[in-house]
Design a protein around this ligand. Structure first.
Ligand SMILES: Cc1cc2nc3c(=O)[nH]c(=O)nc-3n(C[C@H](O)[C@H](O)[C@H](O)COP(=O)(O)OP(=O)(O)OC[C@H]3O[C@@H](n4cnc5c(N)ncnc54)[C@H](O)[C@@H]3O)c2cc1C
Length: 426
């Protein structure tokens, strides 16, 4: 099924529907969750399956944030290579996070299977593509570090990379068979349906306006009604909006835009990413490539497709497609959309303690499918058990990002400059 809805391909092609009426009365629960993306829904599912009463409040509709706008790469690990994670966090904490996130795709694939989520799950691996000789050296180092930790990653030369991608633009690639692709909005909606089946209450069109501690409970105001709960999870990531709360999540907002072509003709589908791998490259201002069920090529890059640089990003996408895939030069783009990534300075996701039995999880820095699922699941368990040992990162009382607005503008103008001057790799 395909239909155009606000330019976001995932909205047009998702067959999963969620029934979640707005909140219309005061309510009580063990756990209240703000935000209906991967993190909030994974947390709600875990808590409801453990027998807790759970209420999820979503300002718009499930997947309105990053979860319904992303590329759909189910990656193992973070952007940072394992050594850098350990350098940031220390040996024990770093290796714990690396280990948990290496296993994140397995958790995602198993949830999809258990809950029978119709989200085009394609666990056929990802290719990290070397855009230059230096990019290949970077992949060689990532390969070395991965192998050291027992990851089943493989380094491919330019020839094998060309055979798999159908493009001669790359110097080589790093293949990760643990990873793959999904239709991200369908995954978010499928999780939400599982949440409802597990007995939790989910309310869309329910914007939270205030969160406060009242006595020994959390009190959340939404749609003019009160929700009281023993525990609280703020799962709004880059889409935090309009909430009066003592501790606000801090991050740098970075935009990422995507362009989907009309379906490729059959012979080209057999030539281009026919194995279904999802791809991104080693460039500083990175690009991503993947196909969907209908054989569309989906090209992505840093930048705000709805902002002042929109024309530059659209022009870049045209040139980039022509340079990486000359075979597709004549194919029109039928969808374009963008979303906000919550970046942290050290690229490590954060868990911030908001008070007794309350956390905010955010800052996945563009890697939120696996990490959001892992963080949501583990935070729910911790809130119910009252024990922080299982959390992927140690919670902090606050997290500050200096000059966040200025750094966000810097990322956007950098992307505009690069996209104005180039389409492919010199
Ligand atoms: C364009 C793009 C591409 C990406 N590509 C990938 C990728 O390929 N692989 C990957 O792993 N990650 C990717 N990411 C990152 C990933 O999408 C995010 O990290 C992830 O979706 C975060 O999930 P979440 O549930 O924490 O937050 P979100 O999905 O952003 O959900 C937050 C929700 O909170 C709601 N909310 C906000 N304020 C309120 C309020 N006042 N009251 C109630 N609800 C509220 C919002 O409406 C929103 O639905 C990408 C992100 C973007 C934007």
């Amino acid at each position: 099924m395909t239909g155009r809805v606000d330019g976001n391909l995932w909205r047009g092609s998702s067959a999963v529907r969620v029934e979640a009426p707005p909140l219309t009365a005061n309510a009580d629960a063990d756990l209240v969750i703000i935000g209906g993306g991967f993190t909030g829904n994974a947390a709600a599912l875990e808590a409801a399956r453990r027998g807790a009463s759970v209420i999820v409040l979503e300002a718009e509709s499930v997947g309105h944030g990053g979860s319904g706008r992303n590329v759909g790469l189910v990656n193992a690990g973070l952007w940072l290579p394992p050594r850098d994670v350990v350098a940031q966090m220390g040996q024990e904490a770093g290796l714990k996070l690396v280990g948990l996130l290496a296993d994140a795709p397995r958790l995602v694939w198993s949830l999809i299977e258990r809950e029978k989520i119709d989200c085009d799950a394609t666990p056929n691996g990802t290719l990290h593509l070397a855009h230059s000789a230096a990019g290949l050296r970077n992949l060689e180092e990532r390969h070395r570090q991965g192998v050291e930790l027992g990851a089943p990653v493989q380094l491919f030369d330019a020839r094998e990379t060309a055979r798999r991608t159908g493009s001669r633009a790359f110097h080589g690639s790093l293949f990760d068979p643990r990873a793959g692709t999904i239709q991200p909005l369908s995954y978010a909606r499928g999780l939400a349906c599982a949440v409802i089946r597990a007995g939790a209450r989910l309310h869309e069109q329910t914007a939270v306006s205030r969160v406060e501690r009242v006595g020994d409970h959390w009190q959340v105001m939404a749609n003019g009604h009160k929700v009281r709960a023993r525990s609280l999870l703020l799962a709004t990531n880059a889409y935090f909006n309009g909430i009066e709360i003592a501790v606000r999540p801090q991050f740098v907002a970075v935009n990422y835009c995507q362009f989907a072509t009309a379906p490729m003709p059959k012979p080209l589908r057999a030539e281009i990413l026919s194995g279904g791998e999802g791809c991104w490259d080693t460039a500083l201002v990175m690009s991503s490539f993947r196909t969907d069920r209908e054989g569309r090529m989906i090209l992505g890059g840093i930048g705000d497709a709805g902002g002042r640089g929109a024309a530059v990003h659209a022009g870049w996408a045209r040139r980039k497609l022509r340079q990486v895939y000359p075979q597709l030069a004549g194919l029109p783009f039928e969808y374009s959309w963008h979303g906000r990534i919550a970046m942290t300075s050290d690229h490590i996701p954060k868990i911030v303690r908001l008070g007794p039995s309350a956390y905010a999880c955010f800052g996945y820095s563009g890697r939120g499918i696996g990490p959001g699922t892992v963080f949501g699941t583990r935070v729910a368990a911790s809130l119910l058990d009252g024990c922080e040992n299982g959390l992927p990162v140690a919670p902090v009382d606050n997290h500050r990002e200096r000059l966040a607005a200025m750094r966000a503008a810097y990322y956007e103008s950098g992307a505009v400059l690069v996209h104005a001057s180039t389409g492919g790799y010199a």
